[in-house]
Design a protein around this ligand. Structure first.
Ligand SMILES: [Zn+2]
Length: 471
């Protein structure tokens, strides 16, 4: 039994009842203080573990941290015995798409996976939504949002920037097809309105102009791989989503030759990755990762059955599954006869991750979760992204920094609430309780003992129920 009798009275069983819309609201009468007793704290302020601590949460904030036995629990506080467990900050996925009409509620999947902050990259959400864990069963992480994307097909893209600012957005998203002229006009407005800017590298614009115009963030490592592939930005096939894949595959062939092995490819691309990483570092650009998506696409193209064998495939909603199958067919036809190119893109992106890290580039974890045609599943994809990073050789601490402290840094740059990412007094109580040390192995996080979202506690059983409800 990991919970006090208080918790048992108003804990897991009641949470489930609430989610099933039974009367007897639990959270309304829930204690607004929680004491984690005797936990090993992974504060993420540095690569350290503070052994055997008490952590007191009041309302939505962490209010006290001290050696075990030194922190008093207020009367009626829920007490969670965490002896031997590890308490770490909740995770942020800084590149998601909140899809309208998602068949299962994606918000629940994020929370169930310990993802307590997401950034919606395409203006589907309002600029900012507070985390929620309400008595009527609604649950969501804190949501930050960028404006809707500027694609380049708008009549006057730069005029939309002021509109987005007025709507309350704090970040402007820019996509692949803006002309250099429109891009410069847009960036002028972005700076005028003091917005954060996150983008693809528009094909006709290129990395150097993105840097010269002082863009804040490039949203995918993949965008830098395209720089290394020396695309001709003026090729008309790069004006259209339908034709760009064929052109990019052709550019890969031109750059890499045919039939290159993974090892040779890594050798071949590394000098480009080193040079580009240095350039990006000097410019102070932040890079979003989204390698889980590259992995998904490669897998769908080279080993489609593996996608359905993933441990969490059981949680796919039938509609999501059929949408994904359509997406798989789309990718398979785009890469038909060039299946190795999908694998090559993933390999190159992984080399870039390592070199960006080595160069000290600011990165944030993003997974591109949400778009049904790719298949990156909300919440679960964050664990894929962390796994890939550590497979590439990043330390667990470095990988987790991208989903905690670095994410908070980006939130601050967006002038959004950034009081997350570390376990410190005053920070939002977004927490994950895990049974192993996440600084040794990030895989322990997925089967967490529980997640706290802005002060509301969900024990494992409640998280499993959230996942089941998402089906
Ligand atoms: Zn995206």
């Amino acid at each position: 039994m990991r919970q006090s009798s208080d918790a048992a009275r108003c804990g897991v069983g009641k949470v489930l009842a609430v989610l099933a819309s039974v009367a007897a609201p639990c959270f309304a009468g829930a204690p607004d203080a929680t004491l984690f007793r005797g936990v090993n704290v992974v504060p993420m302020t540095s690569e350290t573990v503070l052994a055997d601590q008490d952590v007191l949460v009041h309302g939505s904030k962490i209010v006290e941290i001290g050696p075990s036995g030194t922190v008093d629990a207020p009367a009626k506080a829920e007490i969670i015995d965490g002896k031997g467990d590890y308490l770490m900050p909740g995770l942020a996925d800084m590149h998601v798409h909140l899809m309208d009409g998602w068949p299962g509620d994606q918000m629940r999947l994020y929370v169930a996976n310990g993802v307590t902050t997401v950034r919606d990259m395409d203006g589907k959400a309002l600029p900012f939504l507070k985390a929620e864990a309400s008595a009527d069963g609604r649950v969501r992480p804190t949501v930050l949002g960028t404006s809707p994307s500027l694609w380049g097909s708008e009549k006057s893209p730069s005029k939309l920037v002021a509109k987005h600012k007025k709507a309350g957005y704090r970040a402007q998203k820019i996509n692949s097809y803006l002309s250099p002229r429109d891009f410069k006009k847009v960036m002028k407005q972005v700076k005028k309105h003091e917005l954060y800017s996150a983008c693809h590298i528009p094909f006709r614009v290129g990395l150097d102009t993105v840097i010269a115009e002082k863009m804040d963030e490039i949203a995918h490592i993949e965008e830098l791989v395209f720089v290394a592939a020396e695309l001709d930005g003026d090729d008309p096939r790069l004006r259209d989503k339908e034709t760009e894949a064929a052109y990019i595959i052709e550019a890969f062939h031109k750059k890499l030759g045919d039939g290159i092995t993974v090892e040779a490819l890594m050798e071949r691309i590394r000098p480009d990755a080193v040079a580009i990483a240095r350039k990006v570092r000097a410019a102070g650009l932040t890079i979003g990762t989204t390698l889980a998506t590259n992995e998904f696409v490669a897998e769908k193209v080279t080993d489609p059955d593996a996608t359905w064998a993933r441990p969490y495939a059981a949680h796919y909603h039938p509609r999501f599954r059929s949408n994904m199958e359509a997406g798989r067919d789309g990718h398979r036809s785009a890469f038909s006869g060039n299946e190795a190119s999908a694998r090559d893109l993933l390999t190159m992106a992984r080399v870039f991750l390592v070199e960006l890290d080595r160069a000290g580039v600011d990165m944030v974890l993003g997974t591109d979760a949400g778009p049904w045609f790719i298949g990156t599943v909300p919440g679960f994809s964050v664990h894929d992204e962390l796994r890939i990073m550590t497979e590439c050789g990043l330390s667990p601490y470095a990988a987790l920094s991208l989903a905690t402290t670095r994410a908070a840094k980006v939130a601050a740059a967006m002038k959004a609430d950034a009081d997350f990412g570390t376990i410190e007094v005053g920070k939002r109580a977004d927490l994950i309780l895990v049974s192993g040390n996440p600084l040794k192995d990030v895989a322990v996080i997925q089967g967490s003992r529980g997640v706290m979202v802005a002060g509301k506690w969900y024990a494992r059983e409640a998280l499993d129920r959230l996942i089941a409800l998402g089906k």
